[in-house]
Design a protein around this ligand. Structure first.
Ligand code: 2NL
Length: 377
């Protein structure tokens, strides 16, 4: 039943109150209520339907009362009253039944809509996996954990003090230029040491660690670092580093060599050799670059009848920097350089991942192409 459509039924006045006339009127009334009940399909339909029939003010049953019962002559009242009561009961029942039928149908159709086929295959949710750079970083960290190193992390936004000054880069020292630092804007009103920048290495974490902990210290600091480099096959303005630091009494360059030789064998296979080549860093003295025997040509320098392109026929690949911590650094963290000594090293994670997996473009790590990344899953 459309709620707008007017009912075709109207309660008639009775011409007479004979049994035949009453029968006829009651028959029409019950036929109408049954007809309308059949058309109820929603709760709001049903409410309109109920009110049309039951409303105290002018519902059909009220009209029946007035037009049939009240209008009946005295001597017919008893009989009319009985018929009217019976008819009202039937109307009541019909209206109640309509509600129940409507609710049952609604719940059946809801169940029908929510029906699921449990025999269908499930929705496949592709599993994520570790990014190759993070995977490599974790492998490097694991090698040092096995040697008893702890792991520390620190902020990517650093102060000039932790990124440079405490690492023995004095203000205006030319070594700062080699770091291609990205500075946070509008810091000029602060003293130089408090100005913010994006860390160019994870060394600040080691300074923070030495501020917190007295020697002996053995710590590795993995993390993201930033430099103002134009992206190309070997450069990215965002990359990752693992730096390490060991400070104790009587730590020597021998310890440094042994530790890094072990680490390179753990990462690249027990047949790689290492060699230490003089270098310079502001925070270590002496400093060295560590080279490993070329993993592509086995250190021979030649491969497939020609010069090895990976090591430029030298048989060696430069991989990381290291050195004995410069005594000036201890001055910033309240360590006594007469009592302790130590070594430090730093390596680029992408560079190691590139060599380990034979990747030819660092950008592949950052472009988010799943076809590349899923090879490492
Ligand atoms: C490189 C070279 C290096 C360090 C990092 C370091 C940290 C402290 C004190 C002294 Cl707190 N040194 N770190 C030392 C030597 C080299 O990194 O080429 N990294 C990619």
């Amino acid at each position: 039943m459309s709620p707008k459509k007017k009912s075709e039924y109207a309660v008639p006045k009775l011409k007479d109150f004979s049994t035949a006339a009453l029968d006829e009127a009651v028959k029409d009334l019950l036929a109408a209520v049954v007809r309308e009940a059949r058309e109820v399909t929603s709760e709001s339909d049903w409410k309109i339907f109920r009110d049309r029939w039951m409303a105290r003010a002018n519902g059909f049953l009220t009209q029946v009362n007035t037009l049939w019962l009240k209008a009946a002559p005295k001597d017919a009242k008893r009989d009319v009253g009985q018929r009217v009561n019976e008819a009202k009961k039937r109307v009541d029942e019909t209206i109640a039944a309509a509600l129940e039928r409507m609710q049952t149908a609604a719940s059946a159709s809801r169940l029908d809509a929510e029906r699921i086929d449990v025999t269908l295959p499930g929705i496949r949710r592709p599993l994520g996996s570790e990014h190759p750079v993070i995977k490599t970083m974790n492998e490097i960290v694991a090698v040092f954990r096995d040697l008893g190193y702890s792991v520390e992390e620190g902020p990517e936004i650093e102060t000039d003090y932790y990124n440079f000054e405490a690492l023995n880069f004095p203000p205006n020292h030319p070594a700062r230029d080699t770091q291609d630092t990205l500075f946070i804007a509008n810091q000029e009103s602060k003293p130089l040491r408090d100005r913010l920048l994006l860390r160019t290495h994870t060394s600040p974490v080691q300074i923070r660690t030495m501020e917190k902990m007295k020697p002996p210290v053995r710590v590795v600091c993995p993390g993201k670092v930033h430099r103002n480099d134009a992206p190309d096959a070997t450069h990215s303005p965002i990359f990752h580093q693992v730096e390490g630091l060991a400070v104790d009494t009587n730590i020597t360059f021998c310890d440094l060599k042994g530790t890094l030789d072990h680490a390179m064998k753990a990462l690249f296979g027990s047949s790689v050799k290492t060699r230490f080549y003089p270098s310079f860093f502001p925070f270590t003295e002496p400093s060295a670059d560590v080279q490993i025997s070329c993993i592509f040509c086995g250190g021979r320098g030649y491969r497939d009848g020609g010069p090895c392109r990976n090591c430029k026929a030298s048989g060696w690949i430069e991989l990381l920097g290291c050195g004995m911590v410069d005594p000036n650094v201890y001055g910033f963290v309240d360590y006594d350089p007469k009592k302790v000594s130590g070594f430090a090293f730093g390596m680029g994670v992408e560079r190691i991942a590139i060599l380990k997996y034979g990747v030819d473009d660092i950008q592949l790590f950052f472009n988010g192409d799943v076809r590349f990344l899923e090879q490492f899953a």
